[in-house]
Design a protein around this ligand. Structure first.
Ligand code: GRF
Length: 203
């Protein structure tokens, strides 16, 4: 059984999509070992409790990144987590945390990276006048939204879209993409060649 540690800061819809994928058998032999929030009133944290999942709160307000992340890392280790999923975790990670979980942290970002890293990516794509948008699941490295890409899902931006409808459509793709990326990474059937995530070649 593979064990996920999920980090959230807010709404938690990606976390709930992962939980649904497990419940409905799209993610097999996988458990959510712990849901960690850095925000006390995160909706996702309340939702995790309602589902009866183990949860932890490490409020990051006023704490230095290194100390805060050390607490989070200790909690993930206590719960024997195989893979850390950043599901709307709105805080940069310390280099110590990233190297402790090297190539074992996935993030989901609502743009086709490397376009539009950072905040409000869907709005950025819309305002730029892009004709295609989407989401990216990638490994986390020491730079913002920059690690090796596991998968992307793209959608057209239609004339009748506005920034709100676009963000909603991207979110639907995110929910599919995160599950798929987790399944691929947990399968172990891949290699990382430079920046490229590729299926393992038969020996
Ligand atoms: C998502 O758009 C995700 O791509 C970004 O933050 C948002 C989190 O939404 N990193 P939710 O909390 O999963 O609903």
């Amino acid at each position: 059984m593979k064990r996920l540690g999920i980090l959230i800061s807010g709404r938690g819809s990606n976390f709930l999509a992962i939980a649904r994928s497990i419940a409905e058998g799209r993610l097999q032999d996988t458990d959510i070992a712990i849901v960690i929030s850095n925000v006390a009133d995160a909706h996702g944290l309340a939702a995790a409790k309602e589902l009866g999942l183990p949860t932890a709160l490490f409020s990051s307000r006023g704490r230095n990144r290194r100390d805060h992340d050390a607490d989070v890392a200790a909690c993930l280790r206590e719960h024997n987590v195989d893979l850390v999923c950043l599901a709307g975790y709105m805080r940069l990670l310390s280099p110590e945390f990233i190297s402790a979980f090297h190539n074992r942290i996935l993030n989901i970002h609502p743009s086709l990276l490397p376009a539009f890293p950072g905040l409000e990516a869907q709005h950025q794509a819309f305002d730029y006048g892009c004709k295609v948008a989407g989401c990216t699941v990638h490994f986390v490295d020491e730079h913002l939204d920059s690690g090796v890409i596991v998968l992307q899902r793209a959608i057209p931006i239609l004339d009748e879209d506005d920034a709100h409808s676009l963000a909603f459509k991207i979110l639907i793709e995110e929910h599919i993409a995160f599950t798929e990326a987790i399944a691929r990474v947990l399968s172990g059937e891949y290699e990382i060649e430079g920046r490229r995530y590729v299926r393992k070649k038969p020996a």
